[in-house]
Design a protein around this ligand. Structure first.
Ligand code: FE
Length: 347
């Protein structure tokens, strides 16, 4: 559904309020040729209305010769900021960067955050943003779950489809995404509402089964048949199934990088305003599939880099797979049972 400027400005105003945007702050809006014009327009108005000094920085796209799709997360690695000292200096000098371009997993992003600059990524279309305006309650819920994940030393995940996989935890921090940036140096993504950590290096063991109907990103496809991934010593050793398995395997192999097959982040979704079914309604060019990453009760696993959490692995290949109907246990205590989040009275 089309969104009025008034409604989108209101949504941005709320997100900027939650992100502690105050008069006199410097807000940089990072954009590119693919930035949605209405999002750019309304974010600019809302930031100005909040009393901020607004600067737009538009950078030309790169990586078109290497990426296999137009998806902003379909190829990681160098970003339009790489080597661009002028743009980096401007972003470092800002209190808040509204990223309408898509930095993600880059050393430049880490460098900017280290200066205390807050970065909020928002690349989904306007109607998705309006539907998923974050709340203080989203933050509380994610933080409460993070408390449990942070203390855990093992995660075990099973599903009726045959998933049975274990991860040792503790080497990497727990990362919370709740859709706004309320502290210096914080990065977040609107929409979100989930949490994750990374398995200890080499510790992931078992079987991951992507069932019919589960979503594979960045392909933005619902699997039509089961895909079975054997995981040993922290790496996916085999990917078996039919055509869907072949699609995943060939995409990953095209990067010619064994690190693409490493286990990356693992966690679960807590956002009731995001839906498993939304992707079916969209042309794949229109969305990055954030509904799929955040819907309540998913078990989201990822393959590829772990440098976002301080690990050494960077690879341009990054696969996200939200599974339905999983049971997730931390040190033997169930936190998600068959796709239902067990966090008591918060909702
Ligand atoms: Fe991911």
């Amino acid at each position: 559904m089309a969104v009025s400027d008034q409604q989108l400005i209101q949504a941005w105003s709320e997100v900027l309020r939650l992100s502690r945007t105050a008069p006199g702050q410097s807000v940089a809006i990072l954009c590119s040729v693919v930035t949605h014009p209405q999002t750019l327009r309304c974010a600019t108005v809302a930031a100005q209305a909040a009393g901020a000094m607004v600067t737009r920085i538009e950078l030309p796209p790169i990586n078109a010769d290497k990426a296999l799709s137009r998806d902003v997360f379909g190829y990681l690695g160098e970003t339009p900021l790489t080597g661009n000292a002028t743009a980096i200096a401007a972003l470092k000098a800002s209190d808040l960067v509204i990223d309408l371009m898509g930095l993600l997993f880059s050393p430049e992003q880490a460098e900017i955050l280290a200066c205390g600059t807050r970065i909020l990524l928002a690349v989904e279309p306007p109607e998705v943003l309006v539907r998923t305006v974050p709340t203080a309650a989203d933050r509380e819920r994610v933080l409460a779950a993070a408390e449990r994940l942070r203390g855990a030393r093992t995660m075990h995940v099973t599903s009726p489809a045959g998933t049975d996989v274990s991860f040792r935890l503790g080497e990497f921090p727990t990362i919370c995404e709740y859709g706004f940036v309320d502290a210096p140096g914080r990065w977040d993504h609107w929409p979100s509402g989930f949490l994750f950590t990374f398995a200890n290096e080499g510790s992931s063991e078992g079987i991951l089964v992507i069932d019919r109907g589960d979503i594979v990103l960045p392909h933005k496809r619902y699997a039509n048949e089961r895909i079975t991934l054997q995981v040993r010593d922290g790496y996916v050793q085999s990917i078996e199934g039919g055509v869907d398995a072949d699609l995943l395997k060939e995409f990953m192999r095209s990067f010619q990088d064994p690190e693409a097959f490493a286990m990356s982040h693992v966690g679960w979704g807590l956002q009731p305003r995001c839906n498993w079914s939304t992707l079916a309604l969209y042309d794949r060019e229109q969305t990055t599939g954030q509904d799929a990453r955040a819907f309540e009760g998913n078990f989201l696993f990822s393959l590829g880099p772990n440098n976002e959490a301080g690990g050494k692995r960077s690879t341009p290949c990054h696969i996200d797979v939200p599974l339905r109907h999983c049971t997730v246990s931390l040190d033997g205590e169930v936190v998600v049972r068959e796709g239902k989040v067990l966090d008591g009275n918060l909702r």
